[in-house]
Design a protein around this ligand. Structure first.
Ligand SMILES: Nc1ncnc2c1ncn2[C@@H]1O[C@H](COP(=O)(O)OP(=O)(O)OP(=O)(O)O)[C@@H](O)[C@H]1O
Ligand SMILES: [Mg+2]
Length: 309
């Protein structure tokens, strides 16, 4: 048994268009996801996340490089790979002429589950996604978030060994998002593996044990949320309202993030007293909070953008 659910080696994808420039969407992505892990792929719009997920889920052929899923190559053993995965595609829509209950059940039957398993899994997934009230209405009549919950319910009901979720919680309310997170955790406790993309960095932090940041088709960061925060210089953020012109004063305490309304100093607990001492002496309004993954992301990806330009 291979220890990894997914291994990608130097995956490259060049989109060649008939009437337009070629696009180097992936320029050598290598990554690994262990069995039972929840891993997030993060990155700006157009970074290559969806392209990677499509290749890994057999929907797209790479220009070069390989991806294997549970030891099976996605290109040469696509049928075996497909039987072990389930996908929530980006901007996928449920079948409009079905109800959520019919959609989940029909999908499970099509994947080969017997009637009674399909029925019980359907009810469980509808319950987890809190779709009970709308389960017998046509999907076309559902709200955007309810449709997305139906897409997620369809996939979690499979309990497939490897799940690919491309922005699974887009458009969901905060309660529904937490419902998805709980389902993801439950699935990995049962042995599934999850690779997801999201632009909600609180979600990436709450849900994933490890993350990759993809930037311009390359892996920029391979690590954890905590590790990324350490890399940007600390776990605490001191925000000084209207403190932009004081950047020099605070530069020695940590790295700075300048925003129109405030100056943020990313620092460590050890240096906090000094930073606050300066702020108090200068009669500045300062608030202290934890550094978020979003701030670390902005800093690390911003640094890479600056270096390229
Ligand atoms: N079919 C296609 N033909 C040509 N270029 C494409 C095609 N699909 C995607 N691209 C380009 O490839 C790059 C990567 O796109 P991709 O959809 O993988 O990004 P993404 O990281 O998923 O972005 P987002 O966060 O916006 O979903 C982008 O520059 C995009 O414009
Ligand atoms: Mg995408």
């Amino acid at each position: 048994m291979t220890p990894e659910a997914l291994v990608a080696e130097s995956v490259r994808k060049i989109y060649r268009q008939r009437n337009g420039p070629t696009v180097d969407a992936l320029v050598g992505v290598s990554l690994r996801v262990a069995r039972g892990e929840r891993v997030a792929l993060l990155g700006r719009n157009g970074a290559g996340k969806t392209t990677f997920l499509k290749i890994a889920s057999t929907l797209l052929t790479p220009t070069s490089g390989t991806v294997s899923v549970f030891g099976h190559e996605v290109q040469t053993e696509a049928d075996i790979v497909r039987s072990t995965i389930a996908v929530v595609p980006q901007e996928g829509k449920p079948f409009f002429h079905l109800t959520p209950r019919e959609q989940v059940y029909t999908y499970l039957r099509a994947r080969g589950f017997d009637r009674s398993t399909a029925k019980s899994r359907t009810e469980e997934a509808l319950g987890q996604m809190e779709l009970g009230e709308v389960a017998d209405r046509l999907n076309i009549t559902l709200s955007g978030g309810q449709r997305q919950r139906t897409m997620v319910a369809t996939v979690i009901a499979t309990e497939a060994p490897l799940l690919f979720l491309d922005e699974p919680t887009i458009g969901m309310d905060p309660f529904a998002r937490r419902g998805v997170w709980e389902s993801m955790r439950r699935l990995t406790r049962k042995g599934s593996t999850i690779l997801l993309t999201t632009h909600y960095l609180d979600e990436a932090e709450a849900l994933s044990e490890r993350l990759y940041i993809i930037e311009r088709g390359r892996v920029l960061v391979d690590g954890t949320a905590a590790g990324l925060k350490e890399e940007v210089g600390g776990t605490l953020r001191v925000s000084i309202r209207g403190g932009q012109e004081l950047a020099e004063t605070f530069a020695s305490f940590g790295s700075l993030v300048r925003e129109p309304e405030a100056l943020h100093i990313i620092t460590t607990p050890e240096r906090l007293v000094e930073v606050m001492g300066v702020a108090i002496r200068m009669r500045l309004t300062a608030t202290i909070g934890p550094v978020t993954l979003e701030e670390a992301f902005l800093k690390v990806v911003g640094r890479s953008i600056d270096a390229e330009n």
